[in-house]
Design a protein around this ligand. Sequence first.
Ligand code: VGL
Ligand code: ZN
Length: 235
Amino acid sequence: MASRLPIVLSVVLMTLTASGVDAAGPDRTGWAALVIDVQPCFVTGGALAVAGADAAYVSDVQRATKWLYQKGFLVLGSRDYHPEDHISFASNHPGHDPFEEITLPDGRVQVLWPDHCVQTAGDSRELVDNNLFLELVKKGQNPMFDSYSAFRDDGGADTELHTILQAKGVTHLVVYGIATDYCVMASVMDALDLGYSVTVVEGLLRGVAPETSAAAIADMEAAGAVFVPSVKALN
Ligand code: VGL
Ligand code: ZN
């Protein structure tokens, strides 16, 4: 039996190599990447296309995410996933237009958007390779509440994200995606509130508008997020 051990070991090693996990480099226990809303609705050609979120951006995100995965980071992500009667759709508020801000009867301020990331429509799918993700959290399904944050919606209902991160012992998040001034910012702020250390990859952010994106970056930094230009800074 003992003579078999080297064979078993080399099969295990070959399997690890084939899976693409590169054990070299720092220990990444406790670290996870969080890829926010890289979906067709938000990229060039989408209903709510964000400036600079083009095909080159999507392949940069794909490459960076695969690199982190190979370095031993857990990879999680979020998907905006709205029903057709969602409160954020201008089409559900006759007389109002996309990008208008309205006050709802309960006093909440809601930005109105074009119909986007509609459940089961092609534009809500994930653009980064699904096989890299431990979990992809859907958000914004409740027609009554928007959910910029990947952790919870405007009604206070939690997604499963925090529970999963805790179960996996994650303490440090590397965050990037779309949109800087909405879902990235809300997710980063909630992550900091929940006690995670947060590193934001600035080169992999795309925002709805330059002024609100610059303000969001300043706010995230002031709240304690660390900014790096690219994932290579994490080597
Ligand atoms: C987002 C606007 C509406 C985002 C989602 O992913 O930042 N922005 N829904
Ligand atoms: Zn949305």
